[in-house]
Structure formats: structure tokens, C-alpha cells
Write a protein that binds this ligand. Structure first.
Ligand SMILES: Cc1cc2nc3c(=O)[nH]c(=O)nc-3n(C[C@H](O)[C@H](O)[C@H](O)COP(=O)(O)O)c2cc1C
Length: 307
């Protein structure tokens, strides 16, 4: 598990929002803190700040495709200049006492899928694991993730660090199939976990036993949505906590027929007590409902972000 990425510039400026993201709860361990930036000195200073908070590892984000990150020369923007990427990574490795890992994409665009060179050179400057999303930056979330290059890196005899594959895993079957086919040391999951955190437990169980866990009941889904809301408010305060939760209800309740009216209430109410009450109403109204299909749906999150 990793934190949401944290701006190195924000950390150095002591921005409250960035510092808050350094909070670690022991039950999250092993946990990595992820930073991003495009400047050696900032990343190096940020790495020293992260060190003090004592996570289990420090991850650098060279994969974020959104405009305000990538076009400012950070996140996936660094994929345009591999020498710079190597220098940035070395600066972090040299400044941190933690194991440093990297998360990135296949390359900037179709013509520059340089992940094989990236993997070797980043390993040479000391990273301890590499996570690869099987898309380029210009692809954003379009098309299907291409894992063939991920598999190629895994089978490169020069590579000895763990390689984690990422992109489009949304079921236990697919996790097993991709793990076997591409030989990766681990699988990283993003969108499938949004509103469906059971995915991790389900995949782990399937990999171990080849059998499926029963799907969470409606009551469990509602209970977890409520816990999520309460934790969000406890950590971020009532205004941000309630506001940020609004994007999650649709995912928790996906698959329930005629849920629109409840959903509309959930995204307009502004106290925890009122939201809890609506969630309890949902649990009551749909009690015993059997979900016909998996509620997981991989959404193109950044489709409105023009390349
Ligand atoms: C809303 C959202 C936020 C994300 N935030 C981060 C992030 O902070 N750091 C990161 O490395 N990747 C982030 N990602 C990318 C995912 O980790 C992952 O690489 C990508 O979604 C593809 O994997 P998936 O098909 O399993 O979703 C984010 C993705 C989404 C949809």
C-alpha cells in the first residue's frame, strides 16, 4: 500500500496538505510514501523529510499522466528525458535511508516505449523494485494495458529487482492469468479497488486456493462505505472529508437497481449523521439483495484531460 502521491515542492514549502499526506497508521504497514517532482534538489530534500516519518519504503512517481503534473516535467513527464529520470532517482536514493522504489509507465508515447532501458538504468542507481503500468503517457487510460513489455523486463537476465505489473486487473481470474503469463513478482491494483476494496482479499484468496470468496453482502458494502466516511472525516475534517467521499458512493452502491435517488441525497447532504441515515435506509431497502454481476467497472478517469 502506498500513500497518494505527494508533491516534493509542497513538502519543502511545508504545505499543510502535503504534510498531512505523510500520516501513517501502523495497521497500513508495510506502507510506502510516494513523492513526485522534476527537480533533483527538491526531490532530495523531500526524501529527507519523508525519511523522518519512517514509512517502510519511499516510492517515486514517474507515471502520473495528468496535465498539471506531466506537462510541468514531473510524474510521467520525466519519461521524456531518461537521463534526467536517472539523475532524479539517484538523488533520492542517495538522500534516503529507506528502500527506494519507482512507479512508471511504458514510455511517453508509442514511439518512445523506453521502459527496458529505464528498468536497467534505475536498477543500476539503486532502486529496490519497479512497478510498471502497461500504458504510455499519451494513452492516459485508453485502450488495453499492454503487459508484454512488463513480461520482457521480468525475463531480462540483467534485472534482479522485483517487478510489479499494473493495468486493468479487475478480477481474481485475471490476476492469476497475468501473474502466470508475465511472471511478475506482484500485481498492483488501482481503479478496481475504488468502492470495492474487497478485491485484494478476493485475489489473495484465489491465488492461494483457486476458489472464490463469497461476494460481500449489501450490508457489508454499506458498513464499509460508512467506515470510509467516518475515517475520511476523522482524518480530513468534516468539510473535506464529506466532500471527498461524494465520489465514492456510486462505486460502493454500483449494481443496485433504482439507486439514483439515494445517490443524489448522498452527494448533497452535508452532515455525517444524515449521510449515515441514508446509507442505513439503503441497507434496509435492499436487504438481502443479490448482486448479479461484479460491480467493478474500470473507468477512464482522465478522459477529460486532453493530451
Ligand atoms: C483516481 C486515481 C488516482 C491515482 N493516483 C495515483 C497516485 O497517487 N500514484 C500512483 O502511482 N498512481 C496513481 N494512480 C494510477 C494507478 O496507480 C494505476 O497505475 C492506474 O490506475 C492503472 O491501474 P488500474 O488499471 O489497476 O487502475 C491513480 C489512478 C486513479 C484512477
Amino acid at each position: 500500500m502506498y500513500t497518494e502521491f505527494i508533491s516534493s515542492e509542497g513538502l519543502i514549502r511545508n504545505a499543510i496538505k502535503s504534510r498531512k499526506k505523510l500520516d501513517i497508521f501502523d495497521y497500513e504497514r508495510p506502507v510506502g510514501i510516494q513523492i513526485f517532482g522534476g527537480d533533483e534538489e527538491s526531490l532530495s530534500l523531500a526524501a529527507k523529510i519523508v525519511d523522518v516519518t519512517n514509512p517502510d519504503l519511499l516510492d517515486i512517481n514517474f507515471g502520473c499522466p495528468v496535465k498539471k503534473v506531466a506537462l510541468k516535467g514531473a510524474g510521467a513527464g520525466v519519461l521524456k528525458d531518461i537521463d534526467l529520470m536517472v539523475r532524479l532517482t539517484k538523488a533520492v536514493v542517495d538522500s534516503s535511508s529507506l528502500p527506494v522504489t519507482v512507479k512508471t509507465r511504458l514510455g511517453w508515447d508509442d514511439a518512445t516505449k523506453n521502459i527496458e532501458e529505464v528498468a536497467e538504468r534505475l536498477q543500476d542507481v539503486g532502486i529496490k523494485a519497479l512497478a510498471i503500468h502497461g500504458r504510455t503517457r499519451t494513452q492516459m487510460y485508453k485502450g488495453e494495458a499492454d503487459w508484454t513489455l512488463i513480461g520482457k523486463i521480468k525475463s531480462n537476465s540483467r534485472i534482479h529487482i522485483p517487478i510489479f505489473g499494473n493495468g486493468d486487473i479487475d478480477s481474481p481470474e485475471k490476476a492469476l492469468e497475468y501473474k502466470n503469463r508475465y511472471g511478475v513478482d506482484g500485481i498492483m491494483i488501482g481503479r478496481a479497488a475504488i468502492g470495492y476494496p474487497w478485491i485484494f482479499k478476493e485475489i489473495k484468496h484465489y491465488l492461494k486456493t483457486n476458489a472464490h470468496l463469497p461476494a460481500p453482502t449489501l450490508e457489508e458494502r454499506v458498513e464499509v462505505a460508512k467506515t470510509h466516511l467516518h475515517k475520511s472525516v476523522a482524518w480530513k475534517g468534516p468539510i473535506v472529508g464529506i466532500y471527498e467521499m461524494r465520489r465514492h458512493y456510486a462505486n460502493y452502491l454500483k449494481g443496485l437497481p433504482n439507486i439514483k435517488e439515494y445517490r443524489q441525497k448522498l452527494v448533497t447532504l452535508s452532515t455525517v449523521a444524515e449521510i449515515d441515515e441514508v446509507l442505513d435506509d439503503v441497507a434496509l431497502a435492499y436487504s438481502g439483495y443479490e448482486f448479479l454481476k461484479s460491480p467493478i467497472e474500470l473507468v477512464n478517469y482522465h478522459e477529460k484531460c486532453p493530451v
